[in-house]
Design a protein around this ligand. Sequence first.
Ligand code: GLU
Length: 423
Amino acid sequence: MVVSYNHTHEIENAYQTALAQYDRAVHKLELDENTAEYMRWPRREFTVNFPVRRDDGRIEMFTGYRVHHNTILGPSKGGIRYSTAVTLDEVRALAMWMTWKCALVNLPYGGAKGGVIVDPKTMSQTELERLTRRYTSELIPLISPHSDIPAPDMGTNAQTMAWIMDTYSMTVGYSVPAIVTGKPINIGGSLGRNEATGRGVIVCMMEALKRQGMANQRIRIAIQGFGNVGSNAALYAYEQGFDVVAVSDVVGGIYNENGLDIPAVEEHYKANKGLTNFPGSQNITNEELLLIDCDVLIPAAMEGQITERNASQVKAKMIIEGANGPTTTEADDILNERGVFIVPDVLANSGGVIVSYFEWVQDIQSFFWDVEEVYRQLERIMIKAYDATAQMAENKNTDMRTAAQMVAIRRVADALNTRGFYP
Ligand code: GLU
């Protein structure tokens, strides 16, 4: 497969980005040194090498990780990623961002992330099932509904979560739906979870447009990534009457200056297993998508896409980060300097973990909500977090990313100081 997203390794790696953002926010907060140093470190890091039997009988070794960044506010929460770009540093960064994301939206969770170095597209369903079950059984000492709760991320989905839930349940001897979120509905998943991240990205965008005085004009949106986040963001934006002019997946994208018919694009994507050659549109590369003439750019693929190499050529007035860490620190500086308004990942893509929290609560209570309730509570929490971020940005005269991190870090720091250092 052609991999045409930027790969962070040559630029600034995700963990360097996460640490630089943290240092910046901590400096502005004037946090005491002990607290700042403690929260900078991942609490636990787990690496496992494990065998998987391929369909042809061969045994192949795989490497997986799970990092618990911080557990001050509660059990750690975060997805599991299957990708060839997975590294321990990437998982550390993503776990750290989960800590800030959960704190920013006021969930009683710490942050975690897991990953396996694998291209899931090169495996059959049965191979993926064996890989997932073995990785899960290696994770048993680290996960439980009260200590660490995984969820989907890049390369994993509801089916992956079902295998994790079943493997865990078989090991303990009874069904434990609350061990993972993002499960299929028929085994304890939440209505609206699949759409939650993409929908939340658009909720955030609408709030940003309103507050930036852009609510009453034609808005052209470009979305990088057509996985769970990108495709659901595209669909919800389309349903809300916005013009989604460009979308892309890992291979490349399509552009129509008058706006794409997103439901038709979805059909085309399913039928052709790709976006290219969609009738009435022009094929573009991922790099072209980032630089296309539009009002709002939504990077919803992976980290390290907007860098010092392309930031000065981004034409969008607003960036809503659907992916985690799509913008490097150097790019952040260039964009802030140019007056591009950025709604950061920990706020913009928090819809996923917010509805994950609802799913966990529903599983624990064995009482399930209707989808209207899920969406109502999702919007309430996101707007509240947006408001806290915007207020911090205004009070401290800083950008939205630093402000969001400041709100989150302050909450974790306060909880840490209330609990005290052990022993
Ligand atoms: N992987 C998603 C994220 O990056 C969701 C995590 C979760 O629901 O726990 O936010």
